[in-house]
Design a protein around this ligand. Structure first.
Ligand code: HXC
Length: 513
């Protein structure tokens, strides 16, 4: 065959493998879902997608599979760029056998994962799959296992992003759970280990797929998802934005962005109420100090009593962690400890400095919390901050009481710089509680117990509920006016650029789980 004929033959083969089955495509569109190929091109820079393994075929002959041709074996794999950043990508194609995962399908994914690890580029997975391909039996389970193994090898080496754009059951949810960020879309994403049918059969409980594992449930109740969007288009914009904040791999730093739009006009002095128990939105503080008030919040809907996310300071990415006084007074609890700890470990693995804003009354008391294991969950936060060797800068805004003071990146957990605003209150507990305990006997014996109690609360407030005792002991490096915060942070970040902190050799730590 001449080359022109071979090229014609190739074009026909290519079309056969890439043109979607009309009925399956219609069904996908009716559900408001894009096709796998459309998704890949929507995320990547125009014309940057380079596809591999298009002609891979399955080798299964059971249950009528010998006669079944599955284009690309139900998954598209390749490399491309997002805003110029290289990425490896795979997208499961629900129009081909429900995107189900057979061995060839899995091996296409593991091959692109191996590339991503070797090349040191982020991996993006678009998941839209009925799970293990039933006809392939144990081979499809083997395929999942090989993916989980690589997810784990890649953890902390390259960023891994999962986008859930369809049903993801069983094995299909464990790979995303092993990755760094999970994106979900309203009405489209569903994640569960066992679906409604199994739950009904085994337990007699009835629940819809949406109520069991829909996007909102995963973003708000379980914390399995990190980003929630109303549409696929919005989700892809979120993915692109995230990629600009993170480095290609753990040997690099995230690219700096030299164009810095104007900052928030809100004055920091006006954000915090005069009364120390009044709430405010700590995101206003973050937006007032970072470049262009541009803050990308992670897990915004879950455990909202702590705020975590990415921002830039003089163009460089920083990870922001802040207690949120507007939700549960910003207390630490099981979920907020988990949320912050995971975020800190991501930032540390990928050379992103940490800036922590502190304003919390402590850990949430309660039987539920104790029985939910707040001890081991809270310990994750202590571990994550202590383990992190990236620059760590802490700003105590207002309350920093007891265990909360220590846990929120105090000097004692290795903070490089600790600053405090003049309204900071650093003490074992709030003045009311402290006075009630210390002077219990005297209050009871006083002629006017309430007047005596108030006097002691005032005395305690003046003596301890300030930043100056901590500053006098060197636990706080500088007491700064709120409007000096950005300047102090920028300087601290700049001089920490080459920070090195060596640790004793070990295979790996054993963090609380
Ligand atoms: C083979 C599958 C499949 C699967 C779907 N299909 N799931 N083929 N193996 N797991 C096929 C269907 O037969 C159908 O083929 C096509 O994909 C579209 O599926 P529909 O059912 O028509 O689509 P829909 O009504 O939208 O329902 C989607 C669905 C449902 C909810 C995902 O298909 C479903 O429940 N599938 C099974 C899910 C599951 O139990 N998977 C195993 C999980 S266990 P045709 O030819 O008719 O178009 C697991 C083990 C791993 O993953 C554990 C590792 C730790």
């Amino acid at each position: 065959m001449s080359l022109p004929k071979k090229m014609k033959d190739h074009a026909a083969k290519h079309a056969e493998a890439t043109v979607p089955h009309p009925e399956a495509a219609r069904k996908q569109a009716a559900q408001g879902k894009l096709l796998a190929r459309e998704r890949v091109t929507a995320i990547l820079d125009r014309d940057s997608f380079h596809e591999y393994d298009l002609f891979v075929e399955h080798k299964c002959s059971d249950f009528g599979m010998a006669k079944k041709q599955l284009p690309g074996d139900g998954v598209i794999t390749g490399t491309g760029t997002i805003l110029g950043h290289p990425v490896a990508i795979f997208a499961q194609d629900f129009t081909v056998a429900g995107g189900s995962l057979g061995l060839a399908h899995a091996r296409k994914i593991t091959k692109i994962m191996d590339h991503a690890i070797k090349l040191g580029i982020p991996l993006i997975g678009i998941n839209d799959s009925g799970g293990a391909r039933i006809q392939e039996g144990v081979n499809s389970l083997a395929g999942y296992g090989e993916i989980f193994y690589r997810n784990t090898l890649a953890s902390g080496v390259i960023p891994q992003i999962s986008i859930i754009l369809g049903p993801c059951a069983g094995g299909a949810v464990y790979s995303p759970a092993l990755t760094d960020f999970v994106f979900v879309v309203d009405n489209i994403s569903k994640m569960f280990i066992t679906g409604p049918e199994v739950i009904k059969t085994v337990l007699g409980e009835e629940i819809s797929m949406e109520d069991l594992g829909g996007a909102r449930v995963q973003a708000e109740m379980t914390g399995n998802a990190h980003f929630y969007a109303q549409s696929e288009a919005e989700c892809f914009e979120q993915v692109k934005r995230l990629v600009t904040y993170i480095p290609w791999n753990n040997r690099k730093k995230a690219d700096a962005f030299s164009v810095i739009p104007s900052r928030s006009e809100v004055s920091l002095e006006s954000i915090i109420p005069a009364e120390s128990n009044k709430p405010y939105d700590v995101r206003d503080v973050i937006k007032a100090v970072c470049d262009g008030s541009d803050f990308m919040e992670v897990q915004a809907l879950w455990a909202a009593n702590i705020v975590v996310g990415f921002a830039r300071m003089d163009g460089r990415t920083v990870g922001m962690i802040a207690n949120q006084p507007a939700v549960l007074a910003g207390v630490l609890d099981v979920d907020s400890s988990d949320k912050a700890a995971r975020f800190i470990r991501f930032c540390d693995a990928f050379n992103i400095p940490l800036v922590t804003f502190v304003d919390l009354p402590g850990y949430l008391p309660g039987i539920d919390q104790e029985h939910a294991g707040v001890i081991r969950h809270g310990a994750k936060l202590l571990y994550a901050y202590s383990e992190a060797t990236v620059p760590k800068i802490t700003v105590i805004l207002r309350k920093a009481y007891g265990g909360g003071y220590i846990a929120m990146c105090s000097r004692h957990l290795g903070a490089d710089f600790v600053f405090a605003w003049p309204c900071a209150e650093i003490a074992v507990m709030g003045p009311e509680g402290a006075a009630n305990i210390i002077f219990k006997g005297e209050i009871a014996a006083a002629a006017d117990p309430e007047a005596f109690r108030k006097e002691k609360v005032k005395e305690y407030t003046e003596k301890f509920a300030s930043p100056y005792v901590a500053a006098a002991n060197g636990h706080v490096d500088a007491v700064i006016a709120p409007h000096q915060t950005r300047d102090f942070l920028l300087h601290a970040l700049e001089i920490s650029e080459e920070k090195q902190e060596l640790r004793p050799q070990r295979k790996h730590g054993v963090p609380p789980f």
